[in-house]
Design a protein around this ligand. Sequence first.
Ligand code: NDP
Length: 452
Amino acid sequence: MSYVDELMDQVKAKNQAQPEFIQAVEEVLESLEPVVEKHPEYVDAKILERIIEPERVIMFRVPWLDDQGSVQVNRGFRIEMNSALGPYKGGLRFHPSVNLGILKFLAFEQVFKNSLTTLPMGGGKGGCDFDPKGKSDNEVMRFCQSFMTELQRHIGPDTDIPAGDIGVGGREIGFMFGQYKRIRNEFTGVLTGKGLNWGGSLIRPEATGYGAVYFAVEMLATRNETMKGKTCLVSGSGNVAQYTTEKIIELGGKVVTLSDSGGFIYDPDGLDTEKLTFVMDLKNIRRGRISEYADKYPNAKYTPVDPSMDHNPIWDVKADCAFPSATQNEINVVDADNLLKQGVYVVSEGANMPSTPEAVVKFINAKILYGPGKAANAGGVAVSGLEMSQNSMRLGWTREEVDARLNGIMKAIHKSCVEAADEYGTPGNYVNGANIAGFLKVANAMMDHGVV
Ligand code: NDP
């Protein structure tokens, strides 16, 4: 049995109730087999054994009062995964599905993603099984204050800097920042994704979606193509989906789908800026459902989606490109077959691990341009890193400057993926490229730091 297989057996035995974590580790370790063969020093120093074990896991009670005065109790987490390259950095997710295994998978991915950005950031992730849907603003505020009352002991601008993720946008970051400032009596860049008036960076809200499109542009350029005229499927309708759509429209592509957990809309005419403004108001202000899009624009069709089906019909629509931007494992092997059948040959993942391992194998075997999340969606954390730099300097850069840096970082990530994939004998395989390039920097820093 190979070293990596043996290690995988240990990971499975030790983390039995954490299927997403096991899935994320397996994908990375498979890519790293040729690396450990070439570098026995990593094996001797047990770099892989250390990199899969979080440096620290914090789990805590979050009690709060709802609008009826009843006590509610949720479970909060922060996974401080790896600080070899810098302070822990990664988002907070508020969603009823949140558990230790999901956050460990996200924290693990974050380590490699942050390494790829070229910025000095370690990896972490956190969140809570709280469901913001249907809660009043006051309930969300009381919850966020309680969550931060505990979290503030463990984070800081040089230690651990959380940001947003599913269910955590500008409103939640504001409430948490306010509580941190009040308890610690410090105005500091302890969270990213802040409001512009109080330390936020221009382009941070846009960054993940824009970055996923910039990554697709780079992949297309390897075949001398551009986004112009491309028909695109986008899933989700939150932060990442909205700004992915905005950038595709700007570059002359056509977005024909959006979704939420209830179902998806198909608009054969494509979204334009006015329709996107409607979606942003619907989702960010009125907090409604995507089905309302089809009421407003009768040419569009809404299809409810039953999650117990063996496939998701959003991925069975004719298109060139797909930008999964909702959640993990939203593209299974049947969906992957449908996408390929419908002509999709570019997949740029805005979400984290949206494709199952079997779906990824289909994409790689079909030799399409497949950009895995840890490379394609790194633009969000990259601009978070730029927000930290601006906070440290107490300066704010212009929109153009941040956007140009974001574009430069996405190009650099694309280049390092391509080079690492070439060097290790799998040209065009962005999965191997991203895993290997992300790993090498972290591994070398861990070697320098000794056994810690
Ligand atoms: P939002 O909360 O803004 O939006 C999430 C969207 O996905 C909503 O439309 C939501 O629908 C849908 N969704 C969530 N869970 C499910 C589910 N189980 N089934 C179907 N649809 C679902 O989150 P973001 O846009 O920030 O995040 C989307 C993805 O991008 C996540 O995978 C996240 O980890 C990843 N990501 C985000 C970054 C960021 O900067 N925000 C950075 C890098 C990656 P509904 O409203 O019905 O729940």
